[in-house]
Design a protein around this ligand. Structure first.
Ligand SMILES: NC(=O)c1ccc[n+]([C@@H]2O[C@H](COP(=O)([O-])OP(=O)(O)OC[C@H]3O[C@@H](n4cnc5c(N)ncnc54)[C@H](O)[C@@H]3O)[C@@H](O)[C@H]2O)c1
Length: 439
């Protein structure tokens, strides 16, 4: 047996017997659910995060991610299978190091790999023979091979001879009650067949289905295809919404009818713009990398343009709505329903509601908001406290804007009021006494 196959066999044995120690770097929306799943499968998991408030919450058994149930987290902490720390020197004791840190864009829309680089440096300092290092953060094709591998090898150990390396994109959809870490198939691409084999064996313990691909580059590209597919289709349907408005056609009725086709059509819905840490960002990782190879990604740029124009369009619709009752935006009290980037989550990153609020504020609107997931809003010029919606409905503002369609909002009650509503999500029922403008 070569030393590589002996190392692989030893790691596989430790995975199967649950003796492998698993370290997860970055305990956010992606890392925490993953750490909890490994711990539920009786691995001894250590979560690493530079944010000490997160490690304190975890060690006290408190979940701060809505998709991680409180009782599940508390149980794995109490049983000693999950612990969290900011002490990176403890990475040395890990057989597996799984990196789940942010991959944002710079102001110039270029990839910002600084979080990945810092985390990989920590992993490199802790690297010993036989370890498996996995990158989960979404990134452009080539990152694992061109950025991660050289850093890990700088200390003298060689990938696929002394340690194993893989990329496995996270596909979690925060707030989705049907598809969770466990039942979303996991893509795995190693830097060698042995890397793919050990990483697939590891994920096979926590997910129902593992899909192995031939390389880290393919695995990186899979994730970007998925998210670009969404960004482009949302861009298309947003353009159709703008078109339908000009042609006086109800876009929502059109989509509802079109989706009855049992093949060849998949519904996407218009909205106030893209939000979250994935769809508005990831396609630009791809277009940046493609540009290095002299390829211009026209669909990505066009979708980015259309999606990025939606907050302006929503403000136009608010102006139309107020105009219909002879009011200007300037001085009007405008109440935003939902500031999270999507339904039933508490994540405000890149939320289009913030862009809409910024545009309205510049035009002199007096703003307030309600969001059951975000009690306080501190962003740019805004420092607001969320308002109780029943009080808002008793003393109606000049306009209510449904920016995010949280399930708990009382749409029927609003429909029975005298409110002037701009609904960007088609959340309002038809009928009632409210005056509703849809996008
Ligand atoms: N949020 C999603 O829905 C989602 C879905 C699929 C993939 N992703 C991808 O997963 C990655 C992580 O996203 P997220 O939403 O979990 O981010 P997040 O901001 O919720 O969590 C990242 C965590 O990493 C920590 N961190 C940053 N640098 C660190 C370092 N050097 N060492 C230790 N901890 C560090 C931060 O403190 C934070 O707690 C990104 O690449 C993202 O694109 C996100």
């Amino acid at each position: 047996m070569t030393s590589r196959s002996a190392l692989a066999a030893a790691l596989l044995e430790r995975i199967h017997s649950r003796q492998a120690t698993v370290g997860v770097i970055g305990l956010g929306y992606v890392g925490l659910p993953l750490a909890v799943e490994f711990a539920r499968q009786r691995f001894h998991v250590t979560g690493f995060d530079v944010d000490e408030s997160k490690t304190t919450h975890i060690n006290a058994g408190r979940s701060y991610i809505p998709d991680v149930p409180q009782d599940e987290l508390a149980a794995v902490v109490a049983s000693g299978h999950l612990t969290a720390t900011s002490d990176m020197s403890r990475l040395r004791a890990m057989d597996v190091i799984d990196i789940c840190v942010p991959t944002p864009l710079r102001k110039t829309k270029d990839p910002d790999l600084s979080y990945v680089v810092l985390a990989v440096d920590e992993a490199a300092a802790a690297l010993t023979p036989g370890k498996l290092v996995i990158l989960e953060s979404t990134t452009y094709p080539g990152t694992t091979e061109e950025v991660v591998q050289p850093k890990l090898e700088a200390g003298g150990l060689k990938a696929d001879e002394d340690f194993f390396l893989a990329f496995s994109p996270e596909r979690v959809d925060p707030g989705n009650q049907t598809y969770l870490t466990r039942n979303i198939p996991k893509i795995v691409g190693g830097s060698s067949p042995a890397g793919t084999r050990v990483a697939s064996a590891l994920y096979g313990t926590i997910v129902e289905k593992v899909v192995s691909v031939s390389s880290t580059r393919v695995a990186e590209m899979v994730k970007l295809l998925e998210n670009t597919f969404r960004a482009v289709n949302i861009g298309l349907v947003n353009e159709v919404a703008l078109m339908c408005h000009k042609m006086d056609i109800d876009v929502w009725e059109v989509i509802d009818a079109a989706k009855t086709k049992p093949f060849g059509f998949m519904p996407f819905y218009p909205g106030p713009g893209l939000g979250g840490h994935c769809i508005p960002i990831d396609p630009f990782y791809l277009s940046w990398k493609a540009r290095q190879s002299g390829f211009e990604c026209r669909f990505i740029e066009l979708a980015g343009h259309v999606n990025g124009s939606m907050p302006d369009y929503v403000v136009e619709r608010i102006a139309d709505a107020l105009n219909s009752v002879r009011k200007p935006i300037n001085g009007s009290r405008i109440h935003i329903l939902g500031v999270a980037y999507k339904k039933d989550v508490g994540d405000m990153r890149e939320s289009p509601a913030l862009d809409i609020m910024e545009l309205l504020s510049r035009r002199g609107a007096v703003l307030s908001y309600t969001d059951p997931f975000i009690p306080e809003l501190r962003h740019g010029r805004f420092a607001l406290k969320g308002v109780d919606l029943s009080a808002t409905l008793r003393d109606l503002p000049d306009c209510l804007v449904v920016a995010t369609n949280h399930s708990t909002f009382p749409y029927d009650l609003i429909a029975q009021s005298r409110a002037l509503v701009v609904d960007t999500r088609n959340a309002m029922p038809s009928g009632g006494t409210a005056i509703v403008f849809r996008i």
